[in-house]
Design a protein around this ligand. Sequence first.
Ligand code: G3I
Length: 372
Amino acid sequence: MRLLFLLLFSAVLAAAQTLRQDADRTGVFISAAVRPAQLSEVAYASTLAREFNTLEPENDLKWAALRPDEKTVDFTQADQAVGFARVHGMKVRGHTLVWGWWNPAWLTDHPFTPQQLSALLQEHIARVMTRYRGRIFAWDVLNEAIDERGHLRSPLWYDKPGIGLAGQSTAYIEQIFRWAHAADPDARLFYNDGGGETVNAKSDAMYAMVKDFRQRGVPIDGVGLQMHMIDDLNPDFAGIAANIARFTALGVQVHITELDVALPIRADGNVRDLAGRVRQAEIYRHIAEACFSHPGCTAIQTWGFTDKYSWVRSRTNGAKGAALLFDRNYAPKPAYQALKEALAIRGLKKTISPLIQNSSGTCTVILETPCK
Ligand code: G3I
């Protein structure tokens, strides 16, 4: 049986040509955050369209990008990304309708009353979601509202001054999700955060909120686990898998939304230590496996796709980078191959599980997991 599996696995790897083909065959979203200004670069555009079945504008749907001043709503860049996806048959995730950061000064500095802020936010959500109805299938409705201790942060939307629900815990978040659902009932609505990838105080608070929302019928469909690996090359893979398991058990989907694995780099942007690339590939592989071992984990999105364009270098003052699947010349890295192999294994499990299910219902010989 093991030989059969290996033969099939080799055949699948040989037959598959791109990550996108693997993803389509397996029925998962393989996505990348994109910068519309780079879409005119042939290598950027062709790699994106060839290798990914989904994209997400990295910054262009945030308040500061869409609404630079009080009178302007500028969809130019976001439209470009969404248009590119349509031409290339890709899906689009939206990021993000509400965030405590990267808001324009006219919004944060103006002494709005809660009533005014509430009207403004509801109008914003309705306007943006209506524009992209049917074209953006999933939204990070709210980004990074919970701190590392599991307490609610204090952004303008909550209590500075808030939309009228200050001091009432997650009531303001519930309101925001209800507005989003009213604006586009078909969109999948996600809460997105970083630092709660494994089981810890932050993810406990996220879990409690999502569980409460599900029990009370508040429209939430998913949780985005960002998965930026900037300072940690020894992630707690078992904890990540357990966390994904508990969220999906609530009936929501999990998307890995901002995966990157930063390595120390030289001044020219290249990695210092080639062994780092191997470690990086293993991290991509383990995270993909943690996701793919739960049917409810349906997307892996990397935060960019070429090392040429990534937020990591500026975030680390040039000390780290090279965090993505393709190098600065668009050549695939070991991490790319690792993700491809994880996808191939998931595809193969899906294909052969029905064929090898034994009488006890357990695929012990090859998969060592219950047949589904
Ligand atoms: O648009 C201006 C441009 O006009 C100006 O010339 C240039 C000069 O620096 O700055 C440009 O704005 C930058 C913007 O990215 C667009 O490139 C901002 O300075 C910069 O702060 C901004 O950073 C982004 C950050 O979110 C804030 O929006 C990063 O690219 C983006 O990767 C990062 O993404 C966040 C996710 O949304 C949420 N999770 C964490 C993740 C990393 O911080």
